[in-house]
Write a protein that binds this ligand. Structure first.
Ligand code: 15L
Length: 272
């Protein structure tokens, strides 16, 4: 089986590559401006702008599964998000069609639903509530994937990734953490599951304080083994020392960027 990975030089790409290569996967890893250095003999590397169909052709030739981890990964100016997360994604899905790639695993994000309050437990069918342009671009990506399944039979698993970092560093992560080992376990299920059609799952560990019901991922065979609670004492002590407030919205700080507090809504701004 040949797997392509976009976003290979990013934080998650660097976690994913060694494990796939260790498993003997024939991997094509793509970076953006710079080509990544191959980690092993079974890795071929490339780079380029994924809005360009010729670059997409190089990425997808002979590929069975694409792990799409490239694109803007944080909130930022709309123009860049449109280039990276909308235009490039559309070019990729057209390439997926041209090359008969069977399945895409799309790195979506919890920021597609980031405006939900933290005391609401969500299942995967909840309505979207993006917390910014970045979250909105992930909603668009999920809908694009849905369309390619309905119209062209291209399978996609969208993973709404929580906070995939080596260990939790703030109170919110006690709910949103996805350990790197659990990410690898989840990806392995996404690669080997039989027929998946189109589905969305949460990318989250088995956290006692999770916001999300992840039975959709369990249906793919995923059983998270890590729990952020093991860091709870450390994190709460840190939060009380630094007087950090508990998050209000599931998207944390993203939800509060360019945010109008309820008491100030509808008031004329000083410049207006
Ligand atoms: C994401 O989608 C971002 O890519 C990452 O940088 C984190 O901010 C993460 O979400 C999170 O919500 O913690």
């Amino acid at each position: 089986m040949k797997i392509a990975l976009s976003g290979a030089s990013g934080n998650l790409g660097k976690v994913i590559r060694p494990e796939l290569l260790r498993q003997g996967v024939e991997l094509r890893s793509a970076g953006g401006h710079k080509c990544p250095k191959p980690f092993a003999a079974n890795e071929d590397v490339m780079c380029g702008d994924l809005r360009d169909p010729l670059v997409v052709d190089r990425l997808l030739k002979g590929v069975d599964i694409l792990l799409h981890f490239a694109g803007s990964s944080v909130e930022g100016p709309l123009a860049g998000i449109i280039d990276n997360n909308l235009t490039a994604l559309a070019a990729i899905y057209e390439g997926v069609r041209r090359h008969h790639v069977k399945r895409v695993v799309f790195a979506s994000s919890n920021h597609a639903i980031g405006m939900y309050p933290v005391d609401e437990k969500l299942d995967i069918h909840c309505a979207v509530r993006p917390d910014g342009f970045y979250g909105l671009s992930k909603v668009w990506g999920e809908a694009l994937a849905r369309m390619y399944w309905d119209k062209h039979g291209v399978e996609t698993i969208c993973i709404r990734i929580g906070s995939c970092i080596p260990k939790p560093t703030e109170v919110r992560h006690l709910s949103t953490w996805l350990s790197e080992d659990d990410l690898l376990r989840l990806l392995s299920c996404c690669i080997t599951a039989e027929e998946v059609g189109f589905c969305i799952v949460w990318g989250v560990s088995d956290n006692s304080r999770t916001y999300w019901d992840n039975s959709a991922a369990e249906r793919l065979g995923f059983h998270a083994q890590d729990n952020a609670e093991q860091y709870a004492a450390e994190i709460t002590a840190l939060a009380s020392r630094t007087l950090t407030e508990n998050p209000q919205y599931q998207g944390g700080s993203f939800a509060l960027m360019n945010y109008t507090p309820p008491g100030e809504r509808g008031k004329t701004s000083r410049s207006g």
